[in-house]
Ligand binder design. Structure first.
Ligand SMILES: Cc1cc2nc3c(=O)[nH]c(=O)nc-3n(C[C@H](O)[C@H](O)[C@H](O)COP(=O)(O)OP(=O)(O)OC[C@H]3O[C@@H](n4cnc5c(N)ncnc54)[C@H](O)[C@@H]3O)c2cc1C
Length: 374
């Protein structure tokens, strides 16, 4: 068996594994990253819509909202340092988000804006006329909207490409086609991984395998099999004509619309709890198109460019899983569900701090993998 030695091993080459690898390599750690597919970045991180939406996603105040806000606050620097390192613009768009409603009584939306304001966040209920002044192609049937100026978006496919380039530039080894990877344990701690006839020794292994994080043998990865499962999201893209037809992220109960700078309009997403299947269905696409055309009727004229589906990693209690497991040296960074693009910078900071023995900048006890230990 061929032997290698490194400081940290990362399993999974999505945005989470890549961002952790980058952060650690920049802190002078020797990092090896293992990706099961032929290329990194081809799963949820590629499939996402790229909304950075702590406020639109929040059901109320709490630890999850705090974590999401902390990550959003890092995004401007995260995007600009990636551009400096790689020359790739991840197209962070800060025009903000509109949540239009068709309801005769928009009281629930007003209440939503109220609790956010009380929590110190910028959120405002605006009348239909003002909403359409900001986005003239919205349906004449809308009765108002909540305006969230600080919920932004990034092009997640560009982000993934930038992270791959940054990780290579920082000297991380990426090993693709790493199927059947085995985690090695000696006595009470992790000691590395084996892939085929090669072995990498390291005192730290990070499980960043997204929806597959709990699919490795339970005794090795210390996560119950049911603790992380995939939630399918179907998506599609239209070719906006003109390319500046919409500027804001627009979210209704039926669909969200995310306009990219190049004129692609990303529309999503279904939420389906049906295993690891990534099929795109007629019903899924029809529901998304109906929802999109209802809120922006002109979209009925636009060419359909692409359809796809991806799997969001959902933890049992819907919170991310961040930190060291009860096996020494084995860390988890998964369960980011609908917010993994948003949570990428804070996750990298938290996991890198824990690995190098520093206190993370935000409270992390609620996200510990140890919460699943019997
Ligand atoms: C349709 C959809 C829309 C979304 N929209 C948004 C959004 O607007 N905003 C937002 O913040 N988030 C969004 N998300 C969520 C976000 O995409 C995810 O939370 C995030 O990408 C998770 O990143 P990850 O690196 O953990 O997972 P992934 O990107 O899935 O990466 C995990 C990687 O691990 C690899 N892997 C798995 N098992 C192994 C193994 N045994 N060995 C080696 N490698 C392995 C996989 O091949 C994969 O490349 C969306 C997700 C979907 C599906």
């Amino acid at each position: 068996m061929k032997l290698h030695t490194t400081d940290v091993i990362i399993i999974g080459g999505g945005v989470i594994g890549l961002a952790i690898a980058r952060k650690l390599a920049q802190a002078n750690q020797k990092v090896a990253l293992f990706e099961r597919n032929a290329q990194p970045g081809g799963e949820a991180s590629w499939a996402a819509a790229g909304m950075l939406a702590p406020q639109a996603e929040a059901a109320g105040p709490g630890v999850m909202l705090d974590l999401c806000l902390a990550s959003r606050a890092l995004y401007r620097n995260f995007a600009s340092s990636l551009q400096q390192e790689t020359g790739i613009d991840v197209e962070l768009r800060t025009e903000g988000t509109l949540l239009p409603t068709f309801a005769e009584n928009p009281e629930p939306l007003r209440k939503f804006a109220d609790w956010q304001q009380k929590a110190g966040l910028r959120a405002e209920f605006i009348a239909a006329e003002e909403t359409r002044r900001r986005e003239p192609h919205l349906s004449e049937r809308i009765t108002g909207a909540v305006w969230l100026p600080d919920d932004w978006q990034v092009d997640n496919r560009r982000l993934t490409r930038a992270l791959i380039a940054a990780v290579y530039a920082a000297g991380v080894e990426i090993h693709c086609n790493a199927a059947n990877l085995k985690v090695c344990i000696e006595r009470d701690r992790v000691t590395g991984v084996e892939v085929g006839l090669e072995r990498w020794s390291a005192p730290v292994v990070v499980n960043a395998a997204g929806s597959w994080a709990a699919q490795m043998p339970r005794e090795l990865l210390r996560l119950p099999q049911a603790s992380v499962r995939p939630i399918r999201g179907q998506m599609l893209a239209l070719d906006m004509q003109p390319p500046t037809l919409l500027r804001h992220v627009i979210r209704t109960e039926q669909a969200y619309l995310v306009p990219r700078r190049d004129g692609r309009l990303v529309i999503g997403a279904t939420v389906e709890d049906g295993g690891y299947e990534k099929t795109v269905t007629a019903g899924g696409v029809a529901a998304l198109l109906n929802g999109a055309i209802e809120v922006v009727p002109r979209l009925a004229q636009m060419p359909l460019l692409e359809t796809w589906a991806g799997l969001r990693p959902l933890a049992e209690d819907q919170l991310p899983i961040l930190g060291e497991t009860d096996l020494k040296g084995l860390f988890c960074a998964t369960g980011h569900y609908r917010n993994g693009i948003l949570l990428t910078p804070i996750t990298a900071e938290i996991i890198a701090s824990l690995i190098v023995g520093e206190d993370p900048a935000v409270p992390v006890a609620s996200f510990s993998p140890r919460r699943f230990s019997a």
